[in-house]
Design a binder for this molecule. Structure first.
Ligand code: ATP
Ligand code: MG
Length: 394
């Protein structure tokens, strides 16, 4: 959108809509309501975390024409919280209402093949990879990509849709097991650590970002995020920010975008993937910054000014997965929240999910404090109380 076609800001009192009713939608709804907006959520699940706290809940599948029409009547502008919302649902909404991010950007993020091509076009390096859509491409894969990780081009999250392969035989079997759908084979890199940058870009092309955060994954799922000045070396942080901004500008992106990176043992940085929405690794911003990633999602959607967020406290986030409820006997048992909440600066965020399942994101614990040493100490204590491994060991 050029500056000349920038639309008028939607002021508080308007209704902001969101496709998807998970925890990200719920935190968007909280931020929107706090700023004085009404909210509408479209999600097929009657008990969705966001649907339960929104003024309006359109109970429908993402491609249901009547449901989309209802959302469009209720909401003055619409965003998405769920990466796999069909891009054509967003495209159809965009005929009636401002939609941010746009269907084009979302569809690129939904397809690892197009996503990597976009990164390369922005001059940002990604892991060496090959596209595998045909048996010929499978046969032509270079040995230098092994050992590697075969990833389905679409519909992967939390490590789903990924298979680690060491030999050509395993690669062939893995592609067959994936149903011969379009995939990318990525070389398995020797990671020093992972980090991410959250960018918010407005319809006028202005962009702001949070400082990069360091992420620890376990079993393909984010476990711990550290957001403070000592979380990563300055050169990696600077390069990550420059790359994330280039990727957002290259997409003419409007909204909040998270770009995830690998930092290799030699200190070099490669981009992993992007999420066209706020991200689990940005949850610290709720308690550690003057504006959270969800506040910025509201601002980009409403067309309000973007102000650089200021982080006022070092922070560490611990993800709270369903296992925490399931380890003490046959029936789910609530973790010892009073013991956790007795720790200084520990803020509990639970998503209102009715059933704990292994690997399911139930909530997160944000820990802020006066110094990096203090938040590290509290995070270690919180992990011990919860029975989690040390937050600082893979
Ligand atoms: P999500 O969207 O939830 O972040 P995903 O299923 O899309 O996850 P990726 O981000 O591609 O998956 O990979 C999940 C994790 O697996 C990464 O965060 C990293 O720890 C590891 N991983 C992925 N690709 C590579 C690679 N090429 N080399 C080494 N480790 C990798
Ligand atoms: Mg990822």
């Amino acid at each position: 959108m050029s500056a000349a076609t920038v639309r008028k800001a939607l002021l508080p009192g308007a209704t902001l809509g969101v496709m998807g009713g998970g925890q990200l939608g719920r935190m968007f709804v909280h931020a929107a309501q706090q700023a004085g907006y009404f909210t509408a959520v479209l999600d097929p699940d009657a008990d969705s975390p966001a649907g339960r706290v929104s003024h309006h809940h359109v109970h429908a599948d993402y491609l249901d024409g009547d449901g989309l029409a209802r959302l469009s009547r209720l909401a003055d502008a619409i965003t998405t919280e769920f990466e796999n919302v069909p891009a054509r649902a967003l495209a159809s909404l965009a005929g009636d209402r401002p939609v941010a991010p746009g269907a084009d950007a979302v569809s690129i993020a939904q397809d690892r093949i197009r996503e990597k091509a976009h990164f390369v076009s922005c001059g940002v390096a990604c892991a060496p990879y090959a596209v595998i859509e045909t048996a010929e491409q499978l046969a032509a894969v270079g040995d230098y990509l092994l050992p590697g990780i075969l990833k389905t081009a679409s519909l992967g999250y939390d490590g789903k849709g990924q298979q680690r392969v060491t030999t050509r035989g395993e690669l062939g079997a893995a592609w067959a097991a994936a149903g011969q759908v379009p995939c990318v084979l990525e070389k398995k890199l020797d990671l020093a650590f992972e980090c991410s940058v959250i960018v918010a870009r407005g319809q006028d092309g202005s962009a702001v970002h949070f400082q990069p955060q360091r992420n620890l994954h376990r079993d393909g799922i984010l476990a711990v995020t550290e957001a403070h000045d000592e979380a990563l070396p300055a050169p990696a942080a600077q390069q990550a920010v420059a790359s994330a901004l280039a990727i957002a500008h290259g997409l003419k992106y409007v909204g909040v975008l998270c770009v995830e990176f690998f930092v290799l043992q030699d200190g070099s940085l490669v981009v992993n993937e992007m999420a066209p929405r706020p991200h689990n690794s940005g949850h610290c911003t709720i308690d550690a910054c003057d504006f959270s990633q969800f506040d910025l999602q509201v601002r980009t959607l409403a067309g309000l000014p973007l102000v650089t967020p200021r982080q006022h406290s070092p922070a560490i986030m611990l993800n709270l997965l369903g296992e925490l409820w399931l380890t003490r006997g046959a029936k789910p048992v609530e973790p010892d929240w009073p013991a956790v909440l007795a720790l200084p600066g520990a803020q509990l965020h639970l998503y209102g999910k009715l059933e704990a399942r292994a690997g399911r994101k139930m909530g997160h614990l944000n820990i802020t404090g006066p110094s990096v040493a203090a938040v590290r100490d509290t995070a270690a204590k919180a992990a011990a109380v919860l029975g989690l491994p040390s937050p600082f060991a893979a």
